[in-house]
Design a protein around this ligand. Structure first.
Ligand code: ADP
Length: 191
């Protein structure tokens, strides 16, 4: 089973994707985590991505697509995967489809976590205090929300048209949100 988690920053994608990947024992690929690791390890990709991330802008498509392509070609995703934070633009969604086609596979389910802007701002401001992520300052949070609206939201329709999008309200407690996700994931697996 191949899943994508979609939703604005702070919607809980990372937390929920980690939990589902553990329960289903499939790979969890978070582009944000991969990029932060690249920045920490001072790789070439990390150097190229850092300034975009700190401003809350998207890292250029070709860098991200190259990173995902490399992961797919390593073969570790053959047992299924959850993509968290990718795709984030229409060109990324198109590339993903081509890459999966080439590997004779496709997406089974796109889970869209819906949360209000007010919730996002509250959650990310709290996370800034706990984790100290450099892109969790108020100005950068607002920019990431705007970037989501302009560049990522259009892919909701892209997947809606393929009838693989399911919307889940992400305002509830993490456990309740997870139960809702688990239900649709299992229904899709049994279909
Ligand atoms: P959040 O969902 O809270 O914004 P992520 O950890 O998913 O956090 O991403 C952090 C940053 O990494 C993004 O603001 C962006 O700069 C970069 N990034 C992650 N995934 C992508 C992607 N698919 N395309 C472009 N940039 C990305």
């Amino acid at each position: 089973m191949n899943f994508v988690f979609l939703g604005p920053p702070g919607s809980g994608k990372g937390t929920q994707a980690a939990r589902l990947s553990e329960e289903l024992t499939i790979a969890h690929l978070s582009t944000g985590d991969l990029l932060r690791a690249a920045v920490n390890e001072k790789t070439e990709l990390g150097g190229q991505a850092e300034s975009f991330m700190s401003r809350g802008e998207l890292v250029p498509d070709e860098l991200i697509i190259g990173m995902i392509e490399e992961k797919l070609s390593q073969g570790g995703l053959d047992g299924g995967f959850i993509l968290d934070g990718f795709p984030r633009t229409i060109p990324q969604a198109r590339s993903l489809r081509e890459m999966l086609d080439r590997h004779s596979t496709s997406l089974d389910l796109v889970i869209l976590l819906q949360v209000s802007d007010a919730t996002v701002i509250k959650r990310l401001t709290r996370r800034a205090e706990i984790e100290g992520r450099t892109d969790d300052t108020e100005a950068v949070i607002l920019n990431r929300l705007e970037v989501y609206r302009q560049q990522t939201k259009p892919i909701e329709d892209f997947y809606r048209q393929e009838s693989i999008l399911t919307e889940i309200v992400g305002e509830d407690t993490p456990d309740r949100v997870y139960e809702a996700i688990r239900k649709v994931a299992i229904r899709t697996m049994n279909a």
